[in-house]
Write a protein that binds this ligand. Structure first.
Ligand SMILES: *Cc1c(COP(=O)(O)O)cnc(C)c1O
Length: 384
């Protein structure tokens, strides 16, 4: 039990004695005022000025890219896949260690997730092993890449920044280019992080954000698509608003659309939350430093730090057990949660989830080795 107690002591020394949530949303007076204002104006749903205000604030944070806000990050991923030219029956490269959304959005449009390995240093996709895997399984015909084993076209890569830590996105972009694959950046967890001094969410052909209640900035629920390709974002906006043509007094739809718009009420909350983003990131980075020093003397664990060339927003703080302590994860979780410090394991690998048991996959030994050793510690910005 020594390790369990050492971990509990370290968490207590950072969080105080009375317990802490994993990640409660932080809202203040200004947030409440903004939402009330939207209610008073009567524009609670799809019409209203806060949606475009929120989109333009995001655009300025992300280098002037075009932005469309959506009703969820998963919906943004769905639209990103469709607008980037992925077809039903194609395969989409996804890391084995991720929240389920990229795989779910891929399956929802009739495409097939193809899982690849991650790396210890970033928790994200490993560009070198990805290249090796693609060289081994793919073949190119008329400028298109196919999986030789399944005969299906490989059309996109969804790179995920895990817990806010930048994956090696420029290296992944190079690999995507070599194989003619579209790079979709799942930046649901990484708003406010940078890689090589450039904000995450500006690397992919398309990037996706989430503003779910547990994310670094919340709109209650919501997401966004971000791209330098304005036409693509316009098309995503059209598809996400039932593909209705702008004809006055009439209802004409030119394709099968989706109702994926962000309501104005949610956008109002987003506008005031976004103003606090840099404060949230500062506090989370400060919390990381506190955990780092509290855990310095605990043998057998490390606190996840900034990967090289990266500045993480530390959305969720992660503790990694040394390999010989891998059996201790669940008992540590019991001790922490028992003492009201809400902590959890990393997502079970997507390759082991029921809908994806038979999906194509690379050798994912690093993900298999890493996943059982990760514990997310209380990470809320109000906790300090
Ligand atoms: C949260 C999240 C999403 C989107 O989730 P929604 O709840 O649909 O907004 C997508 N990908 C990752 C990696 C996430 O963490």
């Amino acid at each position: 039990m020594q390790l369990q107690l050492d971990v509990l002591d370290a968490v207590r020394s950072v969080m105080g004695r009375s317990g802490a949530h994993l990640h409660a949303p932080f809202t203040d007076f200004e947030d409440r005022e903004m939402v009330s204002q939207a209610v008073r104006e009567g524009n609670v749903s799809a019409v209203g000025s806060y949606v475009s205000e929120f989109e333009s604030q995001l655009s300025s944070l992300l280098g002037g890219s075009a932005v469309v806000a959506t009703s969820a990050g998963t919906h943004a991923l769905h639209l990103a896949l469709i607008t980037s030219g992925v077809q039903a029956g194609d395969e989409v490269i996804i890391p084995a260690l991720s929240f389920v959304a990229p795989a779910a959005a891929t399956s929802q449009m009739g495409a097939i997730p193809h899982f690849v390995d991650v790396e210890d240093e970033t928790f994200g996709m490993n560009p070198e092993s990805l290249r090796q895997h693609l060289l081994a399984v793919s073949t190119t015909r008329e400028g298109r890449t196919f999986n030789r084993m399944t005969g299906r076209r490989l059309s996109a890569i969804i790179a995920v920044h895990i817990f806010g830590h930048p994956c090696r996105i420029t290296e992944l972009s190079t690999v995507a280019g070599e194989f003619g694959l579209t790079l979709i950046e799942d930046n649901a967890e990484g708003l406010g992080s940078t890689y090589k001094n450039q904000p995450l969410g500006t690397f992919g052909h398309i990037s996706v954000l989430s503003f779910n209640g547990n994310k670094i900035v919340t709109t209650g629920g919501g997401g966004a698509i971000v791209s330098r390709d304005h036409e693509l974002v316009d098309r995503a906006r059209h598809l996400g608003s039932t593909a209705k043509l702008p004809t006055p007094f009439r209802f004409k739809h030119d394709e099968v659309g989706f109702n994926y718009r962000m309501p104005n009420l949610n956008a109002a909350l987003g506008c005031s939350q976004l103003k606090k983003l840099s404060k949230f990131v500062d506090r989370k980075r400060n919390l990381f430093r506190q955990y780092k020093s509290a855990f310095a003397s605990v043998k057998g664990v490390r606190i996840m730090s900034d990967p090289s060339s990266a500045k993480s927003n530390f959305w969720l703080q992660a503790m990694v057990l040394d390999p010989h302590f891998r059996d201790q994860r669940d008992s540590i979780l019991e001790v922490l949660n028992g003492a009201a410090f809400q902590s959890r394991a990393a997502w079970d690998l997507l390759t082991e989830q029921k809908p994806y048991e038979t999906s194509p996959r690379a050798d994912i030994r690093c993900a298999q080795d890493l996943q059982p050793r990760i514990i997310n510690l209380p990470s809320g910005v109000d906790a300090i």
